[in-house]
Design a protein around this ligand. Sequence first.
Ligand code: UT7
Length: 338
Amino acid sequence: MTQHAALIGLGAHLPPRQVTNDDLSRTLDTSDEWIATRTGIRTRRWATPGQATGDLAVEAGHRALKSAGLAPEPGAVDVLVLATTTPDHPCPATAPRVAARLGLGPIAAYDMGAACSGFVYALATAAAQISAGQARRVLVIGAETMSSLLDTGDRTTAVIFGDGAGAAVLTAVPDAAAPGVLLATDLGSDGSGFDLAYVPGGGSREAAAGPVRDPAAHTLTMQGEKVFAHAVTRMADSVTSLLGRVGWAAGDVDRLVGHQANIRILTSLARRLQFPVERLVLNIDRVGNTSAASIPLALTDAVAAGELTAGDRVVLAAFGGGLSWGSIALTWPEIAAV
Ligand code: UT7
């Protein structure tokens, strides 16, 4: 019998170190006023020395399992997918060690590299594994220490990104109309824009170029304005095709949970979709752009604030480096975020 993937658990974790716009203005030619007006960000968290992506992922994973009513033990889930742009090491993937630290047993565990779209890509892939009968329950984590990729002297990137982790548990259910079932997914990419937001060094392309390693090449560089324009059009097109597949009009959607990259991107997206701005889920002011952790962090905050309730028609939409993008539709289940 065909199985469907339903959301049953949600958790998040932020590192304790708070970095406000005023903190950044002390060392950079910027201001709280510029950052807040141009991006919507007021503060963000950065990992403390000694804290890596895997550490944040373990915490968020624990919480999502608890939210799903599962103990962290062998048999809890049969797959772990970790969406991240900032793995603990270039090799191996971070997911197996996260699974081991969570005590989940010798399960399939792999990283998903789709930058800021990573969590949506990972959810869609996990749901497909469930539908294909390859998995019964999957832990999907989006975790990032974007601060590890930043040139803290570059005001065009340093003010934007934050660190954090969010996680979700998907389970197989027989009923396609059950609450929490992922009703449709839409994924896409355009690699001709690979260098609009990228880290030039650290990979085989740099090694192929010669033996000299330039430390400056190991930080994130971004053509902000071009990325902004792509983010709006790609997410709008993705959501439009998603809604067509589910049979919802934009006005039927109760909550649009977009990647928290810039508040102006999200309001432009809403305008383009003719979607009421008040129904956007927003937490960018508190966390900044946390890349693959962005959507699960926004979901967890929205549940805690009572902004997402059972039965709501919800659309997730993400855009990031790659270029990559994706969207997912679901009816919100009864869920306690931890
Ligand atoms: O996560 C997925 C990938 N990332 C994104 O989706 C991010 C998309 N892009 C953006 O959010 C925006 O493009 C930024 C927030 C990065 C930049 O905002 P913008 O309104 O597009 O600014 P801009 O790059 O067009 O720059 C406008 C001005 C420039 O000065 P001049 O040339 O007009 O004198 C910049 O040098 O603002 C200046 N500027 C700053 N000023 C103060 C750029 N960064 C800063 C800063 N503080 N931090």
